[in-house]
Write a protein that binds this ligand. Structure first.
Ligand code: PBG
Length: 350
């Protein structure tokens, strides 16, 4: 019989929640979620040249690397058990045009990086972003005419961009542009080229977020961007709309779906996972990284503890994996390795 005032699940003093939490062994036994290196995708920034390493000022500890250095960095990530990387190019401003033609140049920086990384580390999954912003002189993810972001013309370009990336050896095509109909169009374009086994991870619910600011510094698209992305990225006020966006992408052939940003949008991660039961990913974006590093660099937060806690929160919300600039340091921490090294200088040491 439930005691008065109880809902039938137990009540104090028979029930003491602290019993299970009393020892380390017991806490480990009752843990509902686990975080492992298998859950991590490491986004990296590549730049042209050789032996080049440039710090991204607004992302302390993150560097843009030339392909040769990136190969070594990916090697370390692989040795820590990280399954995949997501590749983003810093494009020479001279190559940016209003037509973003560099996006489908089979020898562009991304394609060269994919080929080189695949040759050196064939076991590592490579994810390529599909959107025009690295190549567009106005910084938008789509083609712009008279101030309007064109949908269907952009989708045709995204198909071409996806094909050169897939032909270079990219394993997962990840459209981040939020144009309507792009998942179905890219799927068909890949299939028509015999690239049926290339997977697609859609940025299904991507919000028009100010948390992307440091990323735009990292890829050099921020200065160019005129206006905002609100006509294609979602309004942070909406949640049902995220489910419609995700449903459409699944219907169009997405193999995996993603929610972005991460920590301020955990409710969306949970709804998407519960509604569709799809492989669901979340992107802990540049601004989230910058906040954490700024506070840790000032000694206001314990870096290593907050890194792991922030990632566990995504697992608890229902994510199967996380795209995070913290991937390598988190994987090191999980192995009990000291979180130090050339890639991971703390803000104060920069
Ligand atoms: C580009 C793209 C963006 C991010 C990933 N792909 C920026 C944007 O949409 O403006 C953001 C990643 C981050 O902030 O870490 N389409």
């Amino acid at each position: 019989m439930a005691r008065k005032g109880s809902i039938g699940l137990g009540a104090y003093p028979q029930t003491r929640m602290r019993r299970n939490r009393g020892d380390d062994f017991s806490r480990r036994l009752i843990a509902e979620n686990v975080l492992t290196a298998n859950d991590l995708i490491w986004p990296v920034f590549v730049l042209d040249g050789e032996a080049r390493r440039e710090a991204v000022t607004s992302m302390p500890g993150v560097d843009r690397l030339s392909i040769d250095l990136l190969i070594d960095a990916v090697g370390e990530a692989a040795s820590l058990g990280i399954p995949a990387i997501a590749l983003f190019p810093y494009t020479d401003p001279a190559l940016k045009t209003p037509g973003a033609e560099e996006a489908y140049n089979p020898d562009n920086l991304v394609c060269r990086a994919v080929r080189a990384i695949k040759a050196a580390h064939p076991q590592v999954g490579i994810i390529c972003d599909v959107a025009l912003d690295p190549y567009n002189s106005d910084g938008h993810d789509g083609l712009v005419r008279d101030g309007i972001i064109l949908n269907d013309e952009t989708v045709e370009m995204l198909c071409k961009q996806s094909i050169v990336q897939a032909e270079a050896g990219c394993d997962i095509i990840a459209p981040s542009d939020m144009m309507d109909g792009r998942i179905g169009a890219v799927r068909k374009a890949l299939d028509d080229k015999g690239l049926q086994s290339v997977r697609m991870m859609s940025y299904a619910a991507k919000y028009a977020s100010a948390f992307y600011g440091p990323f735009r510094d990292a890829v050099g698209s921020g200065g160019a961007l005129k206006g905002d992305k609100k006509t294609y990225q979602m309004d942070p006020a909406n949640s049902d709309e995220a489910l419609r966006e995700t449903a459409l992408d699944i219907d169009e052939g997405a193999d995996m779906v993603m929610v972005k940003p991460g920590m301020p949008y955990l409710d969306i991660v949970r709804r998407v996972k519960e509604t569709f039961g799809m492989p669901t990913f979340v992107y802990q974006v540049s601004g989230e990284y910058a906040m954490l590093k700024a506070a840790a660099g000032n000694g206001w937060l314990d870096n290593d503890k907050v890194v792991l806690e922030s990632l566990m929160a995504f697992k608890r919300a229902g994510a199967d994996g996380v795209l995070t600039y913290l991937a390598v340091e988190a994987a090191r921490l999980m192995k009990g390795l000291k979180n130090k090294g050339p890639l991971f200088r703390r803000p104060r040491e920069l």
